[in-house]
Write a protein that binds this ligand. Structure first.
Ligand code: XLS
Ligand code: CA
Ligand code: CA
Length: 436
Protein backbone atom coordinates (compact mmCIF):
# COMPACT_ATOMS: atom_id res chain seq x y z
CA UNK A 1 0.00 0.00 0.00
CA UNK A 2 1.52 3.35 -1.05
CA UNK A 3 0.75 6.76 0.37
CA UNK A 4 1.13 10.26 -1.06
CA UNK A 5 0.14 11.96 2.21
CA UNK A 6 3.58 13.47 2.85
CA UNK A 7 4.69 13.81 -0.79
CA UNK A 8 5.15 17.57 -0.48
CA UNK A 9 7.81 17.13 2.22
CA UNK A 10 11.33 15.83 1.55
CA UNK A 11 13.28 13.55 3.88
CA UNK A 12 14.61 15.74 6.68
CA UNK A 13 18.39 15.97 6.85
CA UNK A 14 21.03 17.90 8.76
CA UNK A 15 21.94 21.19 7.08
CA UNK A 16 23.56 23.06 9.98
CA UNK A 17 22.68 26.18 11.97
CA UNK A 18 23.09 28.59 9.04
CA UNK A 19 20.61 26.98 6.67
CA UNK A 20 17.47 28.87 5.63
CA UNK A 21 15.66 25.58 5.04
CA UNK A 22 12.93 25.33 7.70
CA UNK A 23 12.46 21.61 7.06
CA UNK A 24 16.03 20.62 7.88
CA UNK A 25 17.87 19.90 11.10
CA UNK A 26 20.09 22.72 12.29
CA UNK A 27 21.46 20.91 15.36
CA UNK A 28 20.48 17.24 15.14
CA UNK A 29 23.35 15.70 13.21
CA UNK A 30 22.80 12.02 13.90
CA UNK A 31 26.38 10.88 13.24
CA UNK A 32 28.09 13.68 15.16
CA UNK A 33 29.95 12.27 18.16
CA UNK A 34 29.22 14.00 21.47
CA UNK A 35 31.02 12.80 24.61
CA UNK A 36 32.05 9.65 22.80
CA UNK A 37 28.62 8.68 21.42
CA UNK A 38 26.73 9.41 18.19
CA UNK A 39 23.86 11.88 18.64
CA UNK A 40 21.36 9.31 17.36
CA UNK A 41 22.51 6.85 20.05
CA UNK A 42 22.42 9.50 22.79
CA UNK A 43 18.91 10.70 22.01
CA UNK A 44 17.10 7.64 20.61
CA UNK A 45 14.18 9.74 19.27
CA UNK A 46 10.71 8.25 18.87
CA UNK A 47 7.42 9.48 17.38
CA UNK A 48 4.16 8.48 19.07
CA UNK A 49 1.21 7.13 17.09
CA UNK A 50 -1.60 8.54 19.22
CA UNK A 51 -1.19 12.31 19.09
CA UNK A 52 0.17 12.48 15.56
CA UNK A 53 -1.96 9.89 13.75
CA UNK A 54 -4.99 9.00 15.94
CA UNK A 55 -6.10 12.29 17.47
CA UNK A 56 -8.51 14.13 15.16
CA UNK A 57 -7.86 17.61 16.57
CA UNK A 58 -11.02 17.52 18.71
CA UNK A 59 -11.23 19.17 22.12
CA UNK A 60 -14.01 19.54 24.71
CA UNK A 61 -15.45 22.47 22.76
CA UNK A 62 -15.37 21.14 19.23
CA UNK A 63 -14.73 18.30 16.82
CA UNK A 64 -11.77 17.25 14.72
CA UNK A 65 -9.95 19.83 12.62
CA UNK A 66 -7.16 17.77 11.09
CA UNK A 67 -6.92 16.80 7.48
CA UNK A 68 -6.26 13.03 7.89
CA UNK A 69 -8.02 10.88 5.23
CA UNK A 70 -8.12 7.77 7.46
CA UNK A 71 -10.41 9.66 9.87
CA UNK A 72 -13.10 10.35 7.25
CA UNK A 73 -15.04 7.10 7.77
CA UNK A 74 -15.20 4.37 10.41
CA UNK A 75 -11.94 3.18 11.99
CA UNK A 76 -12.10 -0.20 10.23
CA UNK A 77 -9.26 -2.48 9.15
CA UNK A 78 -8.62 -0.53 5.93
CA UNK A 79 -8.47 2.85 7.70
CA UNK A 80 -6.16 1.44 10.40
CA UNK A 81 -3.85 -0.01 7.73
CA UNK A 82 -3.71 3.32 5.87
CA UNK A 83 -2.84 5.09 9.11
CA UNK A 84 0.00 2.63 9.81
CA UNK A 85 1.47 3.11 6.33
CA UNK A 86 1.35 6.91 6.59
CA UNK A 87 2.87 6.83 10.08
CA UNK A 88 5.85 4.75 8.95
CA UNK A 89 6.35 7.09 6.00
CA UNK A 90 6.55 9.91 8.55
CA UNK A 91 9.08 8.05 10.77
CA UNK A 92 11.19 7.38 7.69
CA UNK A 93 11.06 10.96 6.42
CA UNK A 94 12.00 12.37 9.83
CA UNK A 95 14.92 9.95 9.77
CA UNK A 96 14.71 9.03 13.44
CA UNK A 97 15.02 5.44 14.69
CA UNK A 98 12.00 4.71 16.90
CA UNK A 99 8.21 4.89 17.35
CA UNK A 100 5.74 4.11 20.19
CA UNK A 101 2.11 2.91 20.23
CA UNK A 102 -0.90 1.92 22.34
CA UNK A 103 -2.71 -1.24 21.18
CA UNK A 104 -5.84 0.70 20.14
CA UNK A 105 -3.79 3.31 18.21
CA UNK A 106 -2.74 0.84 15.55
CA UNK A 107 -5.85 -1.33 15.13
CA UNK A 108 -9.44 -1.14 13.91
CA UNK A 109 -12.17 -0.23 16.42
CA UNK A 110 -13.14 -3.47 18.22
CA UNK A 111 -16.15 -4.65 20.22
CA UNK A 112 -15.36 -7.21 22.91
CA UNK A 113 -12.44 -9.56 23.56
CA UNK A 114 -12.51 -11.69 20.40
CA UNK A 115 -12.55 -8.73 18.03
CA UNK A 116 -9.94 -6.88 20.06
CA UNK A 117 -7.56 -9.83 19.80
CA UNK A 118 -8.20 -10.38 16.10
CA UNK A 119 -7.82 -6.73 15.04
CA UNK A 120 -4.76 -6.24 17.21
CA UNK A 121 -3.05 -9.37 15.84
CA UNK A 122 -3.73 -8.16 12.29
CA UNK A 123 -2.16 -4.77 13.15
CA UNK A 124 0.92 -6.35 14.75
CA UNK A 125 1.57 -8.50 11.66
CA UNK A 126 1.52 -5.34 9.57
CA UNK A 127 3.75 -3.41 12.00
CA UNK A 128 6.30 -6.19 11.77
CA UNK A 129 6.35 -5.86 7.96
CA UNK A 130 6.56 -2.06 8.13
CA UNK A 131 9.46 -2.21 10.60
CA UNK A 132 11.33 -4.57 8.28
CA UNK A 133 10.61 -2.45 5.20
CA UNK A 134 11.64 0.89 6.74
CA UNK A 135 14.25 -0.10 9.34
CA UNK A 136 12.32 1.68 12.11
CA UNK A 137 12.24 0.18 15.63
CA UNK A 138 9.84 0.09 18.54
CA UNK A 139 10.93 2.14 21.59
CA UNK A 140 7.91 1.03 23.59
CA UNK A 141 4.48 -0.47 23.36
CA UNK A 142 1.61 -0.03 25.81
CA UNK A 143 -2.09 -0.81 26.26
CA UNK A 144 -4.80 1.84 26.35
CA UNK A 145 -6.78 1.15 29.54
CA UNK A 146 -8.48 4.53 29.69
CA UNK A 147 -10.35 5.55 26.49
CA UNK A 148 -13.09 2.93 26.23
CA UNK A 149 -16.10 3.62 28.50
CA UNK A 150 -15.51 0.29 30.28
CA UNK A 151 -12.42 1.90 31.84
CA UNK A 152 -14.26 4.97 33.22
CA UNK A 153 -13.39 3.84 36.77
CA UNK A 154 -9.89 2.61 35.87
CA UNK A 155 -8.35 -0.62 34.62
CA UNK A 156 -6.36 -2.46 37.29
CA UNK A 157 -7.96 -0.32 40.05
CA UNK A 158 -11.52 -0.70 38.76
CA UNK A 159 -14.01 -1.81 41.45
CA UNK A 160 -15.25 -4.46 38.97
CA UNK A 161 -13.00 -7.55 38.62
CA UNK A 162 -14.34 -8.08 35.08
CA UNK A 163 -12.69 -4.83 34.04
CA UNK A 164 -9.46 -5.94 35.78
CA UNK A 165 -9.63 -9.09 33.64
CA UNK A 166 -10.25 -7.16 30.41
CA UNK A 167 -7.25 -4.96 31.26
CA UNK A 168 -5.15 -8.08 31.90
CA UNK A 169 -6.10 -9.43 28.46
CA UNK A 170 -5.05 -6.19 26.76
CA UNK A 171 -1.76 -5.92 28.65
CA UNK A 172 -0.88 -9.59 28.06
CA UNK A 173 -1.41 -9.11 24.31
CA UNK A 174 0.35 -5.71 24.13
CA UNK A 175 3.34 -7.02 26.11
CA UNK A 176 3.64 -10.10 23.89
CA UNK A 177 3.34 -7.89 20.78
CA UNK A 178 6.05 -5.58 22.11
CA UNK A 179 8.28 -8.61 22.64
CA UNK A 180 7.58 -9.91 19.15
CA UNK A 181 8.29 -6.48 17.60
CA UNK A 182 11.57 -6.39 19.56
CA UNK A 183 10.46 -3.33 21.55
CA UNK A 184 13.08 -1.90 23.92
CA UNK A 185 10.59 -1.14 26.73
CA UNK A 186 6.99 -1.65 27.79
CA UNK A 187 5.15 1.30 29.41
CA UNK A 188 2.38 1.41 32.00
CA UNK A 189 0.94 4.87 32.33
CA UNK A 190 -1.73 4.97 35.05
CA UNK A 191 -4.52 6.15 32.69
CA UNK A 192 -7.50 6.27 35.02
CA UNK A 193 -5.76 4.48 37.91
CA UNK A 194 -6.75 7.06 40.50
CA UNK A 195 -9.95 8.44 41.96
CA UNK A 196 -12.45 11.30 41.86
CA UNK A 197 -13.82 11.09 45.41
CA UNK A 198 -12.87 9.06 48.49
CA UNK A 199 -16.60 8.71 49.30
CA UNK A 200 -16.88 5.87 46.77
CA UNK A 201 -13.25 4.70 46.75
CA UNK A 202 -11.57 1.92 48.73
CA UNK A 203 -8.09 3.37 48.36
CA UNK A 204 -6.22 0.50 50.03
CA UNK A 205 -7.91 -2.13 47.89
CA UNK A 206 -7.20 -0.14 44.73
CA UNK A 207 -3.50 0.22 45.60
CA UNK A 208 -3.25 -3.50 46.37
CA UNK A 209 -4.94 -4.38 43.08
CA UNK A 210 -2.59 -2.06 41.21
CA UNK A 211 0.42 -3.61 42.98
CA UNK A 212 -0.81 -7.11 42.15
CA UNK A 213 -1.49 -6.20 38.52
CA UNK A 214 2.05 -4.89 38.18
CA UNK A 215 3.48 -8.05 39.81
CA UNK A 216 1.54 -10.16 37.30
CA UNK A 217 2.94 -8.11 34.41
CA UNK A 218 6.52 -8.64 35.69
CA UNK A 219 5.89 -12.36 36.16
CA UNK A 220 4.57 -12.65 32.59
CA UNK A 221 7.46 -10.60 31.19
CA UNK A 222 9.92 -13.14 32.64
CA UNK A 223 7.79 -16.08 31.58
CA UNK A 224 7.82 -15.07 27.91
CA UNK A 225 11.49 -14.00 28.00
CA UNK A 226 11.00 -10.30 27.27
CA UNK A 227 14.25 -8.59 28.30
CA UNK A 228 13.15 -4.98 27.70
CA UNK A 229 12.47 -2.59 30.57
CA UNK A 230 9.07 -2.21 32.23
CA UNK A 231 8.41 1.50 32.75
CA UNK A 232 5.81 3.32 34.84
CA UNK A 233 5.00 6.85 33.70
CA UNK A 234 4.13 9.09 36.67
CA UNK A 235 1.45 11.79 36.46
CA UNK A 236 -0.22 13.64 39.36
CA UNK A 237 -3.73 14.21 37.98
CA UNK A 238 -5.74 14.27 34.73
CA UNK A 239 -7.82 12.42 33.86
CA UNK A 240 -8.57 11.58 37.51
CA UNK A 241 -8.43 14.17 40.27
CA UNK A 242 -5.74 12.13 42.02
CA UNK A 243 -3.58 9.65 40.09
CA UNK A 244 -1.86 6.92 42.13
CA UNK A 245 1.43 7.21 40.17
CA UNK A 246 1.72 10.85 41.26
CA UNK A 247 5.44 11.46 40.68
CA UNK A 248 8.76 9.60 40.67
CA UNK A 249 9.14 9.54 44.45
CA UNK A 250 5.58 8.22 44.88
CA UNK A 251 6.18 5.52 42.26
CA UNK A 252 9.38 4.48 44.04
CA UNK A 253 7.51 4.12 47.36
CA UNK A 254 4.87 2.05 45.58
CA UNK A 255 7.51 -0.20 43.97
CA UNK A 256 9.24 -0.71 47.34
CA UNK A 257 5.98 -1.68 49.01
CA UNK A 258 5.30 -4.36 46.39
CA UNK A 259 8.96 -5.47 46.16
CA UNK A 260 9.33 -4.37 42.52
CA UNK A 261 11.97 -1.63 42.78
CA UNK A 262 14.55 -3.70 40.89
CA UNK A 263 12.09 -4.66 38.14
CA UNK A 264 10.62 -1.33 37.06
CA UNK A 265 11.96 2.08 36.02
CA UNK A 266 10.19 5.34 35.17
CA UNK A 267 9.27 7.06 31.94
CA UNK A 268 9.44 10.74 32.85
CA UNK A 269 7.31 13.21 30.95
CA UNK A 270 8.30 16.88 31.18
CA UNK A 271 4.66 17.98 31.27
CA UNK A 272 3.78 15.56 34.09
CA UNK A 273 6.77 16.76 36.13
CA UNK A 274 5.56 20.35 36.00
CA UNK A 275 1.94 19.35 36.73
CA UNK A 276 3.28 17.68 39.92
CA UNK A 277 4.86 20.98 40.96
CA UNK A 278 8.41 19.88 40.07
CA UNK A 279 10.81 20.83 37.35
CA UNK A 280 11.55 18.32 34.59
CA UNK A 281 15.15 18.11 35.81
CA UNK A 282 14.02 17.43 39.39
CA UNK A 283 12.16 14.32 38.25
CA UNK A 284 15.16 13.17 36.20
CA UNK A 285 17.59 13.72 39.09
CA UNK A 286 15.25 11.96 41.55
CA UNK A 287 14.87 8.95 39.25
CA UNK A 288 18.64 8.75 38.76
CA UNK A 289 19.28 9.01 42.52
CA UNK A 290 16.80 6.18 43.18
CA UNK A 291 18.24 4.03 40.39
CA UNK A 292 15.02 4.00 38.32
CA UNK A 293 15.73 6.42 35.45
CA UNK A 294 14.40 4.77 32.29
CA UNK A 295 13.03 6.89 29.46
CA UNK A 296 11.60 10.33 28.61
CA UNK A 297 8.47 11.80 27.05
CA UNK A 298 9.78 15.17 25.86
CA UNK A 299 6.48 17.07 25.63
CA UNK A 300 6.11 20.16 27.81
CA UNK A 301 3.24 22.07 29.42
CA UNK A 302 2.44 25.76 29.30
CA UNK A 303 3.78 28.00 32.06
CA UNK A 304 0.48 29.85 32.40
CA UNK A 305 -1.96 26.99 32.73
CA UNK A 306 -2.23 23.83 34.76
CA UNK A 307 -3.18 21.13 32.31
CA UNK A 308 -1.54 18.59 30.08
CA UNK A 309 -1.02 20.58 26.87
CA UNK A 310 1.59 18.13 25.50
CA UNK A 311 3.40 20.76 23.42
CA UNK A 312 6.61 20.21 21.52
CA UNK A 313 9.65 21.26 23.55
CA UNK A 314 11.00 24.58 22.30
CA UNK A 315 12.95 26.05 25.21
CA UNK A 316 16.65 25.38 24.71
CA UNK A 317 17.34 26.63 28.22
CA UNK A 318 14.92 24.18 29.87
CA UNK A 319 16.16 21.32 27.71
CA UNK A 320 19.78 22.10 28.57
CA UNK A 321 19.03 21.79 32.29
CA UNK A 322 17.26 18.46 31.67
CA UNK A 323 20.07 17.13 29.48
CA UNK A 324 22.62 17.86 32.21
CA UNK A 325 20.70 15.38 34.41
CA UNK A 326 20.38 12.82 31.60
CA UNK A 327 24.15 12.92 31.05
CA UNK A 328 24.87 12.79 34.78
CA UNK A 329 22.60 9.73 34.97
CA UNK A 330 24.85 8.09 32.35
CA UNK A 331 22.35 8.55 29.49
CA UNK A 332 19.81 6.04 28.25
CA UNK A 333 20.18 2.27 28.24
CA UNK A 334 16.88 0.98 26.80
CA UNK A 335 15.08 4.36 26.99
CA UNK A 336 14.92 7.25 24.58
CA UNK A 337 13.22 10.58 23.85
CA UNK A 338 9.62 9.99 22.80
CA UNK A 339 7.64 12.89 21.32
CA UNK A 340 4.36 12.35 23.13
CA UNK A 341 3.70 15.82 21.75
CA UNK A 342 0.86 17.15 19.69
CA UNK A 343 0.58 19.99 17.22
CA UNK A 344 -2.04 22.60 18.13
CA UNK A 345 -5.61 22.14 16.92
CA UNK A 346 -5.18 24.88 14.30
CA UNK A 347 -2.09 23.19 12.85
CA UNK A 348 -4.20 20.97 10.62
CA UNK A 349 -1.91 20.38 7.63
CA UNK A 350 0.37 17.36 7.17
CA UNK A 351 3.43 19.62 7.06
CA UNK A 352 2.63 20.94 10.57
CA UNK A 353 3.56 17.50 11.95
CA UNK A 354 7.03 18.07 10.48
CA UNK A 355 7.44 21.58 11.87
CA UNK A 356 6.52 20.30 15.34
CA UNK A 357 8.91 17.35 15.32
CA UNK A 358 11.81 19.10 13.56
CA UNK A 359 11.70 21.94 16.11
CA UNK A 360 11.43 19.54 19.06
CA UNK A 361 14.28 17.36 17.81
CA UNK A 362 16.54 20.37 17.30
CA UNK A 363 15.67 21.74 20.74
CA UNK A 364 16.69 18.44 22.38
CA UNK A 365 19.82 18.16 20.23
CA UNK A 366 20.89 21.67 21.16
CA UNK A 367 20.19 20.92 24.80
CA UNK A 368 22.51 17.91 24.51
CA UNK A 369 25.29 19.99 22.94
CA UNK A 370 24.98 22.68 25.64
CA UNK A 371 24.90 20.13 28.46
CA UNK A 372 27.91 18.29 27.04
CA UNK A 373 29.81 21.59 26.82
CA UNK A 374 28.95 22.40 30.46
CA UNK A 375 30.13 18.97 31.58
CA UNK A 376 33.33 19.16 29.50
CA UNK A 377 34.03 22.64 30.88
CA UNK A 378 33.93 21.01 34.33
CA UNK A 379 33.51 24.15 36.45
CA UNK A 380 30.00 23.34 37.68
CA UNK A 381 30.86 19.78 38.64
CA UNK A 382 34.04 20.97 40.33
CA UNK A 383 32.11 23.52 42.41
CA UNK A 384 29.60 20.84 43.35
CA UNK A 385 32.27 18.33 44.39
CA UNK A 386 34.09 21.02 46.34
CA UNK A 387 30.89 21.72 48.28
CA UNK A 388 30.80 18.13 49.59
CA UNK A 389 34.55 17.61 49.89
CA UNK A 390 34.41 17.47 53.70
CA UNK A 391 32.93 13.98 53.33
CA UNK A 392 36.11 12.83 51.57
CA UNK A 393 38.38 13.91 54.42
CA UNK A 394 39.08 12.10 57.68
CA UNK A 395 36.43 13.96 59.69
CA UNK A 396 33.79 13.09 57.07
CA UNK A 397 34.90 9.44 57.12
CA UNK A 398 34.51 9.29 60.90
CA UNK A 399 31.00 10.80 60.73
CA UNK A 400 30.09 8.22 58.07
CA UNK A 401 31.14 5.34 60.30
CA UNK A 402 30.12 6.26 63.87
CA UNK A 403 26.70 5.88 65.52
CA UNK A 404 24.69 8.84 66.76
CA UNK A 405 26.30 8.98 70.21
CA UNK A 406 29.78 8.56 68.68
CA UNK A 407 29.18 11.47 66.31
CA UNK A 408 27.83 13.58 69.19
CA UNK A 409 30.96 12.82 71.25
CA UNK A 410 33.13 13.77 68.30
CA UNK A 411 31.34 17.11 68.02
CA UNK A 412 31.83 17.74 71.71
CA UNK A 413 35.48 16.62 71.89
CA UNK A 414 36.46 18.73 68.88
CA UNK A 415 34.47 21.73 70.20
CA UNK A 416 32.88 22.12 66.80
CA UNK A 417 31.63 25.50 65.64
CA UNK A 418 31.11 25.07 61.86
CA UNK A 419 30.93 28.24 59.76
CA UNK A 420 28.36 28.75 56.95
CA UNK A 421 29.78 28.63 53.41
CA UNK A 422 28.37 30.38 50.30
CA UNK A 423 26.47 28.13 47.88
CA UNK A 424 27.51 30.45 45.01
CA UNK A 425 24.17 29.97 43.28
CA UNK A 426 24.27 33.19 41.26
CA UNK A 427 27.83 32.55 40.10
CA UNK A 428 26.86 29.04 38.98
CA UNK A 429 23.73 30.28 37.18
CA UNK A 430 25.86 32.82 35.34
CA UNK A 431 28.25 30.10 34.20
CA UNK A 432 25.35 27.93 32.96
CA UNK A 433 23.87 30.84 31.02
CA UNK A 434 27.10 31.37 29.13
CA UNK A 435 26.53 28.01 27.45
CA UNK A 436 22.93 28.64 26.36
C1 XLS B 1 -0.98 10.87 29.05
C2 XLS B 1 0.23 10.08 28.88
C3 XLS B 1 0.13 8.96 27.85
C4 XLS B 1 1.24 7.96 28.03
C5 XLS B 1 1.02 6.68 27.30
O1 XLS B 1 -0.96 11.93 29.68
O2 XLS B 1 1.28 10.95 28.62
O3 XLS B 1 0.10 9.49 26.57
O4 XLS B 1 2.48 8.48 27.64
O5 XLS B 1 -0.13 6.02 27.71
CA1 CA C 1 3.39 10.54 28.05
CA1 CA D 1 0.92 14.11 28.84
Amino acid sequence: MATDYFDAVPTISYKGPNTDDELAYRWYDKDRVVLGKRMEDHLRFAVCFWHSFCWTGSDVFGGGTFNRPWHRGANDSAAAAQKRVVAFEFFRKLDIPFYCFHDVDVMAQAEGVAEHRRFFAEAVDHLEQLQAATGRKLLWGTANLFSHPRFAAGGATNPDPEVFAFAAMQVRDALEATYRLRGANYVLWGGREGYETLHNTDLKRELDNLGRFLSLVIEHKHKIGFTGTILIEPKPHEPTKHQYDFDTATVYGFLKRYGLEDEVKVNIEANHATLAGHTFEHELATAAALGIFGSIDANRGDHQNGWDTDQFPNSVEEMTLAMIEVLRAGGFTTGGFNFDSKVRRQSMDPVDLFYGHVGGIDTVARGLLNAAAIIEDGRIDALRSQRYSGWDRSFGHKVSELNLAGIADLAENQRLDPKPVSGRQERIENIVNRFI
